[in-house]
Design a protein around this ligand. Structure first.
Ligand code: MCA
Ligand code: AMP
Length: 510
């Protein structure tokens, strides 16, 4: 019989022999052993299996970060279902879309959201809604407590789905990137090797677990190495610094590094035991890269990835593999193909800027129930179009110089201007709008809205933005808004966002 390709089987096989050793220590002082992770994921997997839902069912989680939320992810893998993480910042309209599109069989949410979310789920035919709060209360754990703590890991083929991650495209609504067990496992194994995970490594886990960085890159890294995690429910720079002397690996988006640098406690001594600092999800400014080295003596390793592909490139970890070059995202990971092409699809030589395209065992199978969108995003010869613009240097290190997709990355979260413009354009008195990202000292890019009123209307920009707060995730809400008579357009009638970005580029300067 062929080996079970279920990702959980590989993670479980990496648990240390001493199952009573600490696997996760939380910021509230709880310690979970490897045995706890095994037993609790088994009980949750048995609960999911008892629901009599079809193979391939989606299990949607709109839950705050907690170890139990991670266990729900592991249990979903273990039982062979498909995990669908949803950022808790998402509000009703956003969730209505995700639930309507993904049609999950199970929704797990915080008890405070149960009244409206259970109704929404019911309207979309979801049969099971459980609650899970970050204090280990809720119906999910109550129900799971009645099940056995033994569970045989469901057999899954390498190409069967493990997770769907929603990510917005250049136009239109969010698309669910379908990731298989093999996509996730192959990437986790490559990273274990190239980032040189070692016995005794300890990870500070300070990222949210709704997205690739915190859920896959960080958690899989520690689990596949049998490494302990020091778990923070929310990023807090002082709590991270306090844990540095007991840790060896930290992963963050650039905003986390910017905020850590503002703390006096970030010193060489505090970082003396640390082995690796990884940054990704958004461009790391060269100033941050340099300041970090000056302050801590450590060179941040920057890597690059996407929800559709997990990790693609990485600066070297071992000195023998080369130096880490600030401003670059390093060479392609082993087994991953990365090319830079011109508009006609021809490969470009080193130093020339073009479209970044990728392929490999990590690249997703397609967008959930959107075959046309999937087809559009792949070339005829099977390369995925990332929408990023970059160039290789002579050593094969990639630099991301921009994006051909209209996307803002704020504090590591993606904000799609088209989505925000849609909401603004629907507001009374708004004729049209343009949403742009401009440099922001904390978030990297800050979201800015520029609106044109309908004839004879006086718009109150701040009031409109305040109204948006009740409709969309808070990080998408523009930090500043302006009312103008006209938007700048080119001869083709297209809004010239580059001119708006230039005009507002100093808006958030310190
Ligand atoms: C919070 N706020 C933000 C953001 N986060 N505004 C803009 N951008 C943000 N990212 C605002 C809130 O709207 C709120 O404003 C105020 O800040 C306080 O909210 P709070 O939640 O307390 O903020 P925080 O705890 O300070 O959060 C900042 C953060 C967080 C820690 C940087 O955004 C974060 O954890 N970011 C990491 C995202 C991440 O993991 N990305 C990985 C994606 P108001 O009070 O006005 O409402 S995976 C990915 O991209 C790929 C594939 C990859 O390569 O990794
Ligand atoms: P997501 O859709 O959340 O998976 O975000 C993926 C996008 O994040 C990529 O297409 C890039 O634009 C961006 N990204 C991720 N890592 C980096 C990085 N190190 N430097 C620049 N951009 C990055």
């Amino acid at each position: 019989m062929t080996a079970n390709a279920n990702l959980f089987a590989a993670l479980r096989a990496a648990f240390p022999a001493d199952l009573d050793a600490a696997a996760i220590e939380t910021d509230t002082g709880l310690v979970y052993s490897w045995r706890d992770l095994d037993r609790a994921s088994a009980m949750l997997a048995n609960l999911l299996a008892s629901l009599d839902i079809p193979a391939g069912s989606r299990i949607a989680a709109h839950t705050e970060k907690s170890v139990e939320a991670l266990l729900l992810y592991l249990a979903t893998l273990r039982a062979g279902f498909v995990y669908l993480p949803l950022n808790t910042a998402y509000q009703q309209a956003e969730l209505a879309y995700f639930i309507g599109n993904a049609e999950p069989a199970v929704v797990v949410c915080a008890s405070r959201n149960f009244p409206w979310l259970s109704k929404l789920a019911f309207q979309h035919g979801v049969a099971h809604v459980f609650t899970l709060d970050d204090d280990r209360s809720g119906t999910l754990l109550e129900r799971a407590s009645h099940f056995s703590d033994q569970h045989e890991i469901a057999r899954r083929g390498p190409d069967e789905l493990a997770a769907i991650l929603y990510t917005s495209g250049t136009t239109g609504r969010s698309k669910g990137a379908m990731l298989s067990h093999a996509n996730l496992l192959s990437n986790a194994q490559v990273l274990k090797d190239v980032w040189d995970w070692q016995p005794g490594d300890v990870l500070i886990h300070a990222l949210p677990i709704f997205h690739v960085h915190g859920l896959f890159v960080a958690s899989h890294g520690a689990l596949l190495n049998g490494s302990k995690m020091l778990w923070l429910a929310k990023f807090d720079p002082r709590a991270v610094i306090e844990r540095l002397p007991r840790a060896t690996v930290f992963m963050g988006v650039p905003t986390l590094y910017v905020r850590l640098l503002q703390e006096g406690g970030l010193t060489r001594a505090a970082c003396a035991r640390m082995r690796l600092f990884v940054s990704g999800s958004a461009p790391l400014l060269i100033e941050t890269f340099r300041d970090w080295e000056d302050r801590t003596g450590h060179v941040i390793l920057e890597r690059y990835g996407m929800s559709e592909t997990v990790m693609l490139t990485s600066n070297p970890c071992r000195a023998s593999d080369g130096e880490r070059v600030g401003g670059t995202v390093g060479p392609a990971l082993p087994g991953v193909g990365v090319r830079v092409v011109d508009d006609a699809g021809a490969n470009l030589p080193a130093d020339e800027i073009g479209h970044v395209q990728v392929r490999g065992p990590n690249v997703f199978g397609g967008y959930w129930r959107m075959p046309e969108k999937t087809a559009e995003e792949f070339t005829a010869d099977g390369w995925f179009k990332t929408g990023d613009v970059g160039r290789f240097d002579a050593r094969g290190y990639l630099t991301i110089v921009g994006r051909s997709k209209d996307l803002i990355i704020s504090g590591g979260y993606n904000v799609y201007p088209a989505e925000i413009e849609g909401y603004l354009n629907d507001m009374p008195g708004v004729a049209e709008s343009a949403v742009i990202g401009v440099p922001h000292p904390d978030f990297g890019e800050g979201v800015v809205a520029v609106m044109v009123p309908k004839a004879g209307v006086t718009l109150d920009a701040d009031a409109l933005v305040a109204a948006l707060k009740s409709q969309i995730a808070n990080y998408k809400v523009p930090k500043r808004a302006f009312v103008v008579a006209d938007l700048p357009r080119n001869a083709m009638g297209k809004v010239q966002k580059n001119l708006l970005r230039e005009q507002h580029q100093g808006l958030f300067a310190r």
